[in-house]
Write a protein that binds this ligand. Structure first.
Ligand code: PHE
Ligand code: ZN
Length: 896
């Protein structure tokens, strides 16, 4: 591990001076000493150019150029030679130790099997190679291993042959016909259960779809396999993109740093995103599996067929693929439903995605790690698999979809593949293809201002002003945008922040809640949308649109469907918000109004707590909640979102000086007051949605379960006796994990200690042997302990380990991110604990440690005494002499 941190800049990009046409890899697998023979066919038109190969934590054995010894230099993880010929074969033999590789990058052992992870820079831990995405080659792979222990030997593409060898060993040969960068290479060896099915692509080709899992788990892979086939059909229908291989494999692994990886034809998945049956997996798990299976499958075109020129372009594949998986999930939720129900189901998905963005990306954009979706510099690329690159990246794609419309966007995608299939390209190349279509639609306009979303960071605020003229019956809407410099932008004096191109979707309502259709005949930069709304395009700092025929002072419905990743600042009255909460025909905006209303209350109450004023909840909020509990037109899933309070993580972003405990207390006060006031409605809602029918992960019954469990929590937060009895009953008769966890978490948070302990232990004993379910248990414990010493006790449990990322996340991340009272305890003890655990984790797995380190990102915005304690904890980590490059970058930026 190196402690020197060098910064890499996007503008320094240089094409690689060699072409590696063909790579032949021979693996002789042994857990503690694997030999890799790498034979490359290389050519160049730059005679005398230096050939630089990456290599890390591997032992160089021999190196031959056209069969001859050759001079080379090997230092600082770089192997350099200067070939005198322009067309040659380079053969390198090296060794590595997969068994002791706890970083889970490169080749590693998990359980009894071998796996690889190469993105972003793991291939260099397998063999010497130009480990960068713009070097694309054809791969031939031979794997040789003990047959009894490793009956399955897998790699990318098509299986060419297998044969028996001496000493109980065997061999398999694979060939991937598509050129690919090395980060898409994969190898798996072990013994597995397989579930498979043959399917037909749209053009009638037969393809084999397979899911591999640990022995004994094969009965939990049906949902993943079906999700894979649905993904395949969806990409054909919506984008005209067909699977290009004869065989597509998914392999589940227990130890994995991320969700999953899109290796060509051989996706490797965190088992948490593969295994499911109703007993062990919740509704959220089912949805997560479908979306991640879709995501990785969609990468086959957006990522693999067209890949990234360099890692600064990561959002080219990730933002686009997240957008695609979001649309896939929305389409899956909406299918089979009536038009009205489908609209609601899509809104639920949109609310879910926007919430994720606000919880994880908005804080990032306001902190020391802020970066544009296409960063300009990094120290460690592993730190840039961020909510900004992924989630905000998807929003930037979605805005292009909004500007071009579905048909236009599809034409832009077709153009993108027509231009770039088989290439390693940039975000600009993508926008160029979209702009080509945009200009046909809008002669004289272009996407040059839009491109600033790729080069500028930060979340803009759009200030809205309305001027209504009763005599003229006109309404003027003025939008003014503002965005401060953030992150590294602040250090660049030459950098001037420019306005963004913001598609801003609005509607108008009468005070009675009726839609006022917008007349947009004479206005420029504007388009009518459903329900008489309009899409405004703000491309400068400020602009005013005047609407005519507006019969009364309207209630504004703003940023419908969250048409841009911005904050909205508008001086709503409580009455206006209440009107929107009850009547807005745009379900997203209606939900937003409820969020805004309760946010304002919680923030006001936070101030009241700090000032030691008496607390009381506004009657308007209570009425809105009562209305949304009883409005007969709402389906359960959407109703649950309307009744949910904004999370502390979202609210924190609206505080100038963060006082976590006061905020938590204020939110709990609102929660409890709404519970008390509407106790009977919550009970009726529970009863009306609880059922014992057979489990199915469809949107209707998932919605009922989520509403029911929400009602249960409202009852338990006030320790309602009947509620507690219902929770116990639900736990005891539960036939699926959603019901079981819903009851258990409510009991563990709110029931008297003796009660919660009984159920916690019952759950533990029942699921002790299922690691994925144990992660849920550990997470619940970590989120509900009162002090750090209880967490330390939990970490003494024999099932706890820091080496498994899922387990570390369940305990450490959940504690620090979702246990406000214990983590932000006034003693500062939990911050010191955090520092200690970052350092421990860093010696095992720097990628995970660096992610965990980001918990402190926004320490500077906390009030004292928290702020001082947090700074001290960060300094403790920064002073650790052996800190990895990954964690060094994070704490360095936090402290700068
Ligand atoms: N490329 C993967 C995805 O988003 C994520 C990933 C990155 C997985 C790095 C492992 C390591 O689909
Ligand atoms: Zn991805």
């Amino acid at each position: 591990m190196s402690m020197t941190s060098t910064t890499i800049y996007r503008q320094d990009y240089q094409p690689y001076p060699f072409v590696i046409e063909r790579v032949e890899l021979h693996f002789s697998l042994e857990p503690e000493c694997t030999t890799v023979i790498n034979t490359m066919q290389i050519r160049t038109s730059h005679a005398g150019a230096l050939l630089v190969l990456n290599g890390e934590d591997i032992e160089l054995k021999t190196i031959l150029l056209n069969g001859q010894a050759v001079a080379y230099e090997y230092k600082d993880n770089l192997l350099t030679l200067q070939p005198e010929v322009t067309n040659f074969e380079l053969k390198i033999v090296s060794m590595c130790n997969p068994k002791t590789n706890s970083t889970l990058m490169g080749l590693y052992v998990s359980g009894q099997s071998f796996f690889t992870q190469c993105e972003a820079e793991g291939f260099r831990r397998i063999t010497f190679f130009p480990d960068r995405p713009d070097v694309m080659s054809e791969y031939f792979v031979t794997i040789e291993a003990d047959k009894a222990q490793y009956p399955y030997l897998l790699s990318n593409g098509n299986l060419l042959s297998t044969r028996e060898l001496d000493n109980g060993r065997h061999e398999a040969k694979w060939h991937d016909p598509f050129l690919k960068p090395c980060y898409l290479f994969a190898l798996v060896a072990g013994d597995f259960d397989i579930r498979e099915k043959t399917s037909k692509t749209r053009s009638g080709r037969e393809v084999l779809l397979q899911v591999y899992s640990d022995k004994g788990n094969g009965d939990q892979t049906l949902w993943a396999l079906d999700s894979l086939e649905r993904s395949m059909f969806w990409d054909e229908q919506r984008f005209g993109l067909e699977l290009d291989l004869d065989r597509f494999m998914i392999v589940a692994v227990r130890d994995f740093n991320m969700g999953a990886m899109e290796n060509k034809g051989l996706n490797i998945f965190n088992a948490a995103y593969v295994l499911a049956d109703p007993e062990i997996a919740s509704d959220a798990n089912y949805m997560g599996i479908e979306s991640v299976v879709g995501h990785e499958y969609f990468h086959n075109w957006t990522g693999n067929r067209v890949t990234c020129q360099d890692w600064f372009q990561l959002s080219l594949k990730e933002g686009l693929t997240v957008f695609r998986d979001q649309e896939f999930s929305a389409d899956m939720m909406a299918r089979f439903l009536s038009e009205e129900a489908a609209k609601s189901a899509r809104a639920v998905k949109r609310i879910d995605d926007v919430t994720r963005l606000r919880v994880s990306q908005f804080p990032e954009d306001a902190g020391p790690m802020a970066h544009p979706i296409r960063p300009d510099s990094y120290q460690e690329i592993g730190n840039f698999y961020t909510a900004t690159v992924y989630e905000k990246g998807a929003e930037v794609i979605r805005m292009q979809h909004t500007l071009l419309g579905e048909a236009g966007f599809r034409a832009g995608m077709d153009e993108y593949f027509r231009r770039h299939d088989g290439q390693a390209v940039t975000c600009d190349d993508f926008v160029n293809a979209m702009e080509f279509v945009y200009q046909q639609q809008n002669p004289g306009k272009d996407l040059s201002i839009f491109r600033r979303w790729y080069s500028q960071a930060g979340t803009p605020t759009v200030h809205v002003q309305m001027d209504y003229d009763h005599a003229q019956q006109t309404c003027a809407i003025t939008l003014r945008q503002h965005c401060d410099k953030v992150g590294v932008e602040k250090l660049r004096t030459d950098f001037e922040k420019k306005p963004f191109h913001i598609p801003f979707h609005i509607g108008m309502l009468t005070t009675q809640g009726q839609a006022i259709p917008l007349n947009v005949k004479d206005l420029s930069d504007i388009r009518v949308t459903e329900n008489g709304g309009a899409l405004l395009e703000l491309t400068e700092i400020e602009k005013t649109w005047v609407f005519s025929h507006i019969p009364e002072r309207p209630v504004l419905s703003l940023l419908r469907d969250f048409s841009a990743p911005v904050y909205v600042d508008y001086d709503y009255s409580f009455e206006e918000l209440a009107t929107l909460c009850a009547h807005d025909s745009n379900p997203f905006a209606r939900w937003e109004a409820a969020q805004e209303l309760s946010s304002r209350e919680i923030l006001r109450l936070t101030a009241d707590i700090l000032a030691k004023r008496p607390l009381s909840l506004s009657p308007i909020v209570q009425e809105v909640w009562a209305h949304n509990l009883t409005d007969p037109h709402l389906d359960a899933a959407y109703r649950a979102w309307l009744l949910a309070l904004p999370s502390e993580k979202v609210l924190v972003e609206r505080l100038d000086s963060i006082t976590p405990l006061a905020l938590h207390q204020a939110r709990q006060f609102v929660y409890k007051t709404l519970a008390k006031e509407h106790r009977d409605l919550w009970l009726r809602t529970y009863q009306g949605n609880h059922s014992q029918k057979e489990y199915s992960p469809d949107p209707i019954s998932m919605g009922q379960r989520s509403l029911k469990n929400m009602a249960l929590n409202y009852l338990l937060v006030i320790q309602d006796e009947e509620g507690i009895a219902l929770a116990k009953g639900q736990y005891e008769t539960a036939k699926n994990m959603t019901d079981r966890m819903g009851a258990l978490s409510a009991l563990m948070y709110y029931a008297p200690a003796e009660d919660s302990e009984i159920y916690s232990q019952a759950f533990y004993r029942y699921f002790e042997h299922n690691p994925l379910v144990m992660d849920k248990w550990f997470a619940l414990k970590a989120m509900s302990v009162k002090r750090v010493d209880q967490l330390r006790e939990l970490m003494q449990n024999p099932l706890f380990t820091l080496r498994n990322p899922n387990r570390a996340r369940a305990v450490l991340f959940q504690f620090c991110m979702n246990n406000t009272e214990a983590f932000h305890h006034e003693s500062g003890e939990a911050y010191a604990f955090w520092a200690e655990q970052v350092i421990a984790l860093d010696t095992i797995n720097p990628e995970i440690a660096a992610r965990f380190a980001r918990v402190m990102d926004n320490w500077q915005r906390y009030a004292e005494p928290n702020k001082g304690f947090m700074q001290k904890a960060l300094q403790t980590v920064a002073q650790c002499p052996t800190l990895s490059k990954n964690t060094t970058e994070i704490v360095g930026k936090a402290l700068s």
